[in-house]
Ligand binder design. Sequence first.
Ligand SMILES: C[S@@+](CC[C@H](N)C(=O)[O-])C[C@H]1O[C@@H](n2cnc3c(N)ncnc32)[C@H](O)[C@@H]1O
Length: 342
Amino acid sequence: MNNAKKQLSSISSILLNNESSFGEAFQAIKLYKELLQKATSLDFDQEENRENIYTHSGKAIGPTWANLCVDDLQRTRKFCSGLYKAVIEKRKANPNQKTHVLYAGTGPFATLILPLTTVFTSSEITFTLLEINTKSFHALKETLAYFGIEEYIYGLENVDATNYILPSKNIDIVVVEAMMFSLKGEHQVPIAYNLIKQLPCETILIPEDITLNLLVVNSERRHTSKISTGSPISYYKRLGTLFKLNKDEIRQNSNSFFETFPYYEFKETKIEIPINIVQNFNELHVETRITIFNDEVLEIDESGLTVLDKIHQFKSMMLPSKFLISQYMCGQNPGLYFRFEN
Ligand SMILES: C[S@@+](CC[C@H](N)C(=O)[O-])C[C@H]1O[C@@H](n2cnc3c(N)ncnc32)[C@H](O)[C@@H]1O
């Protein structure tokens, strides 16, 4: 085991342990970031590394921005830990078979799977890694060499995961983190649809579920809740669900999704806004709730991926519209689109 792998191992022992304190996890993420910065020859200040790739399905962020994702403490910690739990579940079910993890959108470091190489041997686990950005892809190869973990790799492809045809269907777990809050702009939805459609029902998708909910929010109480250290202050109410991304949804919509790919428009949802709601609340927001695996859930504001997304402010002395109609639309600028109706 080389020195970098030893350091990765001690960082991983904290990230994969649910008993670690916030302070320990904070320190571990800081060390993880420092270690990853040494792994590649990428210069994150260079303009070319800031360039995003735009496709018919949305945006893939450049290496400089993908590098910043590591710092999102609870995101990185909970994805690593959720993925670890999923691997344990698969290994229990099939102890004599290598667990095959497909990771789409690795960025320059394959951040979410590296800790697994410190707790499983290459005869227990193997990875297929997909990355669309050529610069991130080259850096990814450097990262694998830096930690001396090439023997874990089954497949390594510089491809667009929204249309990539998998050569092997023998995959136990798919992990995708190519998203922004509200599932705006990036490729999470088409990647998940493309990969899950090709795989057996038993394959675990990570995140297991992403749900976008409509909330009414009291902005003053929200502010107080953010700065208060005491017991939680309630400041919102859920009015309904706007969109879901999970295996059941994908199987249900798959045929029509690919008939019009990449421009699929999901069914509209219609949510009632109770007229008296404006007495207690003044804003409408989208909540992004991410269930990574089992009990590993990213709650509101815990991560950059789950910050509330304000879509409307009620005007004083104006009654609200009766309904909010929303629709998730795929294409170059994917996301939820809204209109009010009476
Ligand atoms: C938000 S970053 C996250 C990086 C890494 N998964 C992490 O968790 O730190 C998303 C990465 O997915 C890549 N990506 C986006 N769309 C992709 C696609 N269609 N196929 C393959 N990779 C993609 C981007 O280039 C970027 O490196």
